[in-house]
Design a protein around this ligand. Structure first.
Ligand code: NDP
Ligand SMILES: O=C(O)C1=N[C@H](C(=O)O)C[C@H](O)C1
Length: 272
């Protein structure tokens, strides 16, 4: 990616979604950013509307479905959509040399590999949670997991709004990965995602997940380290999606001027 100076021209995918709208407001409010395009699906009722119409404002950018036209006038694409949409956007970003900030969750292993391959050609920030608080919580979990390696059972409980389509959340899975790695293990070898019926006793070393869905919960995550005679609970609660949008703009600024590479919010926030 060649040098880019502010105001950074940013395209938003999933423009009429919960995060898309939050991102459009954040880009319009940031002095060093410029809304260059707003994208939605070809059959979206939002096509043809002003990108800020939902807020009763005018941005001068119309929501469209022409990905190539949008990327031709952009240097960054922020994508909070669905895995299938992200993969199509990724291929187009490589063709146009556009940097990507990916907040979408629910990727399978093949899709994660494709993102890593694309990041050999364009710079990409991929993170299941862009908030500063969650990423600091991940560091706390690393420390706790190292100190509580023996004799403590790990359970991760997450709650989200009734519209969320993937489970466990990308954040909960990342928490499990961070804890397992801090203990020299792999999440796929110890994760327990379901318990029903006669389960038998808890396997030693398991990392258990539980999912709550309902109402308008923005995003709650609690990790329990359950020992004999005590338990530690580390909780993060989001009360606004604005934190995810602000984190995404920090990711854009981090990517400006980088040629390629796959990064996460630890890189963006200097937490690695
Ligand atoms: N990393 C982070 O910090 C965060 C990540 N997320 C993740 O972001 C994603 C989006 O969340 P949210 O905004 O709540 O979801 P919404 O359903 O509200 O919005 C998704 C948007 O993407 C569009 N979309 C869906 N499928 C496709 C596709 N195949 N191609 C192009 N566009 C598509 C939708 O259009 P349509 O309505 O027409 O289907 C909609 O505009 C989820 O994966 C969620 O887990 C959410 C919050 C924070
Ligand atoms: O879908 C959501 O809303 C959220 N998704 C992300 C996830 O899956 O972890 C981040 C946040 O929890 C909100």
């Amino acid at each position: 990616m060649s040098a880019v100076t502010p105001p950074y021209p940013i395209a938003i995918a999933g423009a009429s979604g919960r995060m898309g709208r939050m991102l459009i407001e954040a880009v319009l409010a940031a002095d060093d950013c410029r809304l260059s395009a707003a994208l939605d699906r070809a059959d979206s009722p939002a096509l043809g509307q002003d990108a800020a119409a939902f807020a009763g404002r005018t941005s001068g950018v119309t929501i469209g479905a022409d990905l190539d036209a949008a990327l031709a006038r952009s240097r960054f694409l922020i994508d909070f959509t669905r895995p299938q949409g992200t993969m199509a956007h990724l291929e187009a970003c490589v063709r146009h040399g556009v940097a990507m900030v990916i907040g979408t969750t629910g990727f399978d292993e093949a899709q994660k590999t494709a993102i890593a391959r694309a990041a050999e050609r364009i710079p990409v920030v991929l993170a299941p949670n862009m908030s500063v608080g969650v990423n600091v919580t991940l560091k706390l979990l690393e420390l706790a997991a190292q100190a509580l390696r023996d004799g403590y059972d790990v359970e991760i409980v997450e709650a989200h709004h009734r519209h969320k389509v993937d489970a466990p959340s990308g954040t909960a899975l990342k928490m499990g990965e961070v804890i397992a790695a801090a203990q020299g293990r792999r999440l796929q070898d110890c994760a327990v995602y379901e318990r029903v019926g006669h389960t038998g006793e808890r396997p030693a070393g398991a990392i258990g997940f539980a999912t709550v869905r309902g109402g308008d919960v923005v995003g709650d995550h609690t990790v329990m380290f359950l020992g004999s005679g005590e338990r530690i609970e580390i909780t993060h609660k989001s009360s606004s999606r604005a934190t995810y949008a602000q984190g995404s703009l920090r990711a854009v600024r981090f990517l400006a001027g980088r040629a390629s590479g796959l990064y996460d919010m630890f890189d963006v926030l200097g937490l690695r």
